[in-house]
Design a protein around this ligand. Structure first.
Ligand SMILES: Cc1ncc(COP(=O)(O)O)c(C=O)c1O
Length: 475
């Protein structure tokens, strides 16, 4: 008999059967009540997803929700791509080695080779981890060791690099940085401004690293001006600074090239990846570094393990998933599809902007990383409505995006996201498998919604949220 009594645990089968109310209760009591509050504001608290396939989430009632959010760029292959799923199932059935700490792993080695094969120049040394933050954290440490005495890191305004401490220190957000103790030796420069970067390099000779999202995501989907990356490469070379490209969100084919920096035919010193690297099925991140830089930091037996693999680096199933996913990406021509469908999406959204010029302020992006900036209505909302909305939530006040997102979901079964720093931007990062039919469906839904006009959109949102909206009879 067991001496230790089993607590009242929920089994996997019971978990599958939890209803909406019970999941909300569990979130409230055991997760993050504030997060639940945000889900409620968008009406996302009323569904439980049963399955997901391709471009769609499918809830318990069979409602199919078109995914133009794409998990912030984590779903290049859509949901449950059959080949990726199959590779994972085979891996499990064959009872392959999972934790790769004691022995060599053919999967970690093969994935590292594949990453080097994809990356241009001598970006040949890969480090595997489990998230984008961890990849940036490790890359910043690598750069620090390679840069020697020059320990200062330059980052850009409105950057987002993650929430672990080093990544957070170069993430330009008072909200996320809060009152945490951050790394010293940081310099912030405007994004997209080569002259400001050079001025910083000239002023401060302790600068050794420049970290940059090639296309800013959280800032509101912002690519730099033409020629910016060429200037960054040239300046980093001239001043002996290492360039760390964060491609966690904009990489992996999203902009129509595997890496967004390839649009300017330049090569950084280190690049980080995560999100879609896991094929939409697993958590995996990586950095890829130029060989001389890696060797300088960790090239001898004495230094190799200073920041070597952690417990879950190179997990068997994660690596096997990532290997299959990379093969699928090329076999199915998804990078070219991102370029082609991205052009079509931008085209159709530009047409929509001409039709609704008072609501859509700007359409921008590259490939399937698109930002739709809506008018800032925070100053023009009638006082009464403003008050009502602010009662619902302080942060949504005046964010037309929040109302549009909630109604796209409620009335059109379409999912979109927003950007962290610019609340007026709808973030569109559909899976790279998207076709014209889904783009047409998305644009037509948006057109129909915007045709209601700002007044009705806000009114419909307020009514839906106050009343609890269309409720889902979930069993
Ligand atoms: C550009 C960028 N860098 C880093 C991260 C952090 O990645 P993770 O959430 O996997 O830690 C993100 C996440 O959104 C990101 O967009």
């Amino acid at each position: 008999m067991n001496a230790t009594a089993k607590p009242a645990l929920i089994s996997v089968e019971d978990a599958k059967r939890l209803d909406v109310q019970r999941v909300q209760d569990l979130m409230q009591k055991h997760m993050n009540p504030g997060q639940l509050h945000f889900l409620k504001l968008l009406g996302f608290n009323r569904v439980l997803i049963e399955r997901a396939e391709g471009m769609y989430y499918i809830d318990r009632n069979g409602r199919r929700i078109l995914d133009f959010f794409g998990g912030f760029g984590s779903l290049a292959f859509g949901h449950n791509h059959p080949r990726i799923l199959e590779a994972r199932i085979r891996f499990q059935e064959e009872k392959r080695q999972e934790i790769a700490m004691a022995f060599m792993s053919q999967y970690a080695a093969a994935l590292s080779y594949n990453l080097a094969a994809i990356a241009p120049g001598d970006l040949d040394m890969a480090f595997l981890c489990v998230s984008g933050s961890e990849a940036n954290e490790a890359a910043l440490k690598l750069a620090e060791r390679a840069a020697g005495e020059r320990r200062t890191v330059v980052y850009t305004e409105r950057s987002f690099h993650g929430k672990t401490r080093a990544a957070l220190s170069v993430t330009d957000s008072e909200f996320y940085q809060g009152s945490f103790e951050l790394l010293p030796n940081r310099v912030r420069v405007p994004f997209g401004d080569a002259a400001a970067l050079e001025a910083a390099f000239r002023r401060d000779r302790s600068i050794g690293t420049f970290i940059l999202e090639t296309v800013q995501g959280g800032a509101g989907i912002v690519p730099g001006p033409e020629g910016y990356l060429k200037a960054v490469r040239e300046l980093c070379d001239r001043y002996g600074v290492l360039w760390l490209a964060d491609e966690v969100q904009c990489g992996y084919g999203r902009t129509g090239r595997f890496f967004a920096f390839e649009h300017e035919a330049v090569v950084p010193d280190i690049v980080t990846l995560a999100k879609s690297l896991g094929g939409g099925k697993t958590a995996i991140g990586a950095y890829i570094a130029r060989t001389p830089i890696f060797m300088k930091a960790y090239g001898s037996p004495k230094t190799a393990m200073i920041h070597g693999p952690a417990t879950f680096s190179g997990m068997g199933e994660a690596c096997c998933t990532a290997i299959e996913a990379l093969n699928v990406l090329y076999d199915e021509g998804l990078i070219d599809n991102a370029a082609e469908q991205g052009t079509y999406l931008l085209d159709r959204l530009n047409q929509l902007q001409r039709k609704h010029p008072k609501i859509i302020k700007e359409v921008r992006g590259k490939g399937l990383m698109v930002g739709l900036e809506l008018a800032d209505i925070s100053q023009t909302l009638p006082l009464g409505v403003k008050h009502l909305v602010s009662v619902l939530d302080e942060r949504l006040k005046g964010s037309l995006c929040g109302f549009v997102g909630a109604l796209l979901f409620r009335d059109y079964d379409v999912l979109v996201a927003f950007t962290e720093y610019n609340r007026n931007v709808i973030r569109l990062e559909p899976p790279l498998i998207v076709g014209r039919a889904e783009i047409d469906r998305f644009v037509e839904a948006l057109d129909d919604l915007l045709s209601r006009g700002v007044g009705r959109i806000v009114g419909d949102y307020v009514k839906a949220t106050l009343r609890g909206g269309k409720s889902e009879p979930v069993g």
